[in-house]
Ligand binder design. Structure first.
Ligand SMILES: Nc1ncnc2c1ncn2[C@@H]1O[C@H](COP(=O)(O)OP(=O)(O)OP(=O)(O)O)[C@@H](O)[C@H]1O
Ligand SMILES: [Mg+2]
Length: 248
């Protein structure tokens, strides 16, 4: 038995080894038919692999908030389209390379919603990565400086879902718009992007500066994007308990 356990571990079948070991320690389990015991062992290995994968994907995603679609608070009306959220749960939008745009004033829950969608994507096995635009732009600038630019673009291209937060918080320089177009172009019809902005979509053209670059970027994002226009009170205020009480 020790020999079998060792071999399982050597073959990196840690889950099978664990389940086999626990069966050996439980007389009840030993009385089960071979097929049943074997299928329990396989299921255990399967589940532990899935869990390890999810853990890896979530770590890699670096989501800003530990949010989850099931925990979304619909009590405070903010224009959250519940039926759209339910449709997005299955992640078919990622399978069809669609995008999502989330806009609204500060604190209304944009990052939360995007992170909840990112969490759902990880659970479905899609590689995901969250970036604040200023951080992404400085990573790109650094990569240009140290010769790892192509490597970084290749890395970004491989994510099935990229989340760009704080889009248009400050106007983009022409170089920055060009960098963004490179990233977006790589994803067009191949992968999904969520863009989060305080700025309404109508003003994106202005902050992207160069009109030709702006047209190219927006054309690739907007047309196949699901849109959330969040409104209402800041959730920071509401959660902080200083919201205006609802009159009876
Ligand atoms: N649907 C929600 N359910 C539960 N908590 C939420 C929800 N939306 C937001 N929150 C909480 O409210 C706070 C503010 O939300 P969030 O950071 O998503 O706002 P934001 O719109 O991204 O603001 P900003 O534009 O300033 O970045 C967070 O602490 C978040 O945990
Ligand atoms: Mg935010």
């Amino acid at each position: 038995m020790n020999h079998t356990l060792e071999r399982l571990k050597e073959m990196r079948l840690k889950g099978m080894a664990e389940c086999y070991k626990s069966q050996l320690e439980q007389p009840d389990a030993l009385s089960l038919p071979f097929e049943e015991r074997f299928s329990l062992i396989i299921d255990y290995e399967w589940t532990s692999r899935q869990n390890r994968r999810l853990e890896r994907l979530l770590k890699q995603a670096k989501l800003r908030l530990p949010a989850c679609l099931e925990d979304i608070d619909y009590q405070h009306p903010r224009g959250l389209d519940r039926s759209l959220i339910n449709r997005l749960k299955s992640c078919e939008w990622i399978e069809s390379f669609q995008n999502i745009v989330i806009t609204g004033a500060t604190g209304v829950g944009k990052t939360y919603l995007a992170c909840a969608l990112g969490n759902a994507a990880c659970r479905r096995g899609y590689s995901t990565r969250y970036y604040r635009i200023p951080r992404l732009l400085s990573e790109i600038a650094m990569a240009r400086g140290d010769g790892s630019y192509v490597k970084l673009l290749n890395k970004l291209r491989k994510f099935r879902l990229l989340i760009f937060d704080d889009w248009g918080l400050t106007p983009f320089t022409q170089d920055e718009s060009r960098e963004i177009l490179e990233v977006i172009e790589d994803r067009s019809q191949l992968a999904s992007t969520i863009i989060i902005s305080q700025l309404p979509v109508e003003h994106w053209h202005e902050v992207l500066g160069d009109p030709t670059l702006a047209d190219a970027i927006l054309d690739r994002i907007i047309h196949n994007a699901h849109k959330f226009y969040l409104k209402g009170e800041s959730m920071r205020k509401v959660k902080g308990g200083v919201s205006t009480p609802v009159s009876k």
